[in-house]
Design a protein around this ligand. Sequence first.
Ligand SMILES: [Zn+2]
Length: 132
Amino acid sequence: MAKRKRAFPCGHKGYGKTCHRCTQERQAQDHQVLAIAEKRNKKLEWEASFAQDVIDLRGLPDYVVVKARSIIATITHKNYREFGGKRLRHNRFIISIPVTRNYRMLCEDCGTFLIPQKVISHEAYNVCKPGS
Ligand SMILES: [Zn+2]
């Protein structure tokens, strides 16, 4: 028996019991729905993750947040120099650590450990530096 194209209820024509075009479209749609749900979950997870931070990192670019977290997780016992950190000239108890080219993390020097205070943009950092 020769294969014959048949018309499906959807209006497409093809071989087999079901319309492959519609099946494929449905699968693509399902995939898209899943992808959107996954994206939304990731976004919610990302937003929720800020509650775990010792300092508020909301509103910063994602890559700055990621870098800041890795610094926070590893600065212990004043090895801030390994991160390129410097003492502020006008406040010796504040250490400024470069996060990215454009962001600095300010940390309070508590003697044997540092307490992260905030992450600010390089522009904001220059503004708060007196005499510049
Ligand atoms: Zn169809």
